[in-house]
Write a protein of this length. Structure first.
Length: 370
């Protein structure tokens, strides 16, 4: 069987192996192992392989390169409009060859794929919507358009749309789903933590405006002012890196906040095991893997109430929901730190919940979709 992946994720080639963002590839390797051949339609880049990239594992895989498109400026939009017909033709031919079409959304290439798949109502299809499926969320028009096309059972046939969270009044082709990072073999005793000494916070993810990494720094700073001995380790790179360094220096937090850049999963796992809290003040999420991963190791998440995060955190029973008011959020943390039994129970509940979603369970659910 021929499996087609339509994605906006940049790919690169090194020593006859295709690489891409590790969490994405880790998931896709579970899909592609069930097929004889795999074709990927995605942009290709020529940069070096980074610490957060990993290779696909398949003996018969082909990257059908298409140009990346963006509509962030007039110039970029003009160039993208010229590229669209070429991408449409490439997508049409690939869909015609495939036995199973798999869309990765939301994204510009995924949006074009949403239109092209309409021409193949009899082919088996799946779509992974990795963004926020909340019908009430404020999102760009292109995101809302993708959600509308995918969930419209009249236009889009023979498809299962995998979304994060359970939402009311959804069409029959929308399936609540999850993702996983760890296998059953990774399950071990939850690290024993003491909350009466230095409290270790961790931030993991892209340093972008949407993730609000500066809020993590300011929250730790506020806790220091309240007498909480704490440290913050930041893992990731991005556009906000320079601003963070500048703020850390200006606020004299060099001994408190450390930026480690991108690191492989093994390093991140060790960081989780040594941390008490994870901070994620995102504007938007799909299934925030870092929250689920941290919880797996008994780390208590401090996260904003977006997408399925309230459900993941049992509306505050498995973590603290941030409201982005420093005084209020800091008060929640300091109050919890004074409740020894409650805080330990919260950490255990977080781990027990996350450990329901292993890679083995994930693979079993994927096979049901093929």
């Amino acid at each position: 069987m021929k499996f087609l992946i339509i994605s906006h994720t940049p790919h690169l080639l090194k020593k006859e192996h295709y690489f891409a963002y590790a969490p994405y590839v880790k998931e896709m390797n579970l899909w592609i192992k069930n097929f004889d051949s795999v074709e990927i339609i995605a942009p290709k880049v020529t940069r070096a392989v980074s610490k957060i990239d990993m290779p696909y594992k398949h003996n018969n895989i082909y990257l059908n390169r298409v140009p990346a498109i963006a509509f962030t400026s007039v110039k970029a939009s003009f160039k993208s409009v010229i590229k669209i017909p070429i991408i449409f033709v490439t997508l049409y031919k690939a869909c015609k060859r495939a036995d199973h079409i798999h869309l990765r959304c939301p994204g510009n290439i995924g949006l074009l794929g949403c239109f092209v798949q309409l021409l193949f109502p009899k082919k088996k299809k799946t779509a992974k919507y990795a963004g926020n499926w909340d019908p009430k969320a404020k999102q760009p028009f292109s995101y809302r358009l993708q959600k509308w096309i995918l969930s419209n059972t009249f236009l889009t046939r023979n498809i299962q749309v995998l979304v994060y969270g359970e939402w009311p009044k959804q069409t029959k082709n929308v399936l609540p789903f999850f993702t996983a990072s760890y296998a059953t073999k990774n399950i071990a005793n939850i690290p024993i933590r003491k909350y009466d000494n230095i409290i270790q916070f961790v931030y993991v993810g892209t340093l972008s405006k949407g993730k609000r990494p500066l809020y993590a720094v300011k929250l730790v700073e506020e806790l220091l002012k309240r007498g909480v001995l704490c440290r913050l380790a930041i893992y990731g790179e991005g556009e906000e890196s320079g601003g963070l360094k500048e703020y850390i220096k200006k606020a004299s937090l060099e001994s408190v906040v450390t930026l480690f850049g991108n690191q492989p999963s093994e390093v991140i796992e060790t960081a989780y095991k040594k941390s008490h809290f994870l901070i994620l003040a995102s504007k938007s999420e799909g299934w925030p893997k870092v929250v689920a991963e941290a919880m797996f190791w008994g780390v208590i998440p401090l996260a904003t109430s977006v997408s399925c995060i309230p459900w993941m955190m049992a509306h505050g029973k498995r973590g603290i929901l941030l409201n982005l008011d420093l005084n209020n959020d800091a008060q929640k943390v300091t109050s919890l730190l004074k409740q020894g039994e409650t805080i330990n129970t919260m950490a255990i509940n977080a781990a027990n919940w996350s450990r329901q979603y292993t890679l083995e369970d994930f693979e079993t659910e994927i096979k049901k979709l093929i």
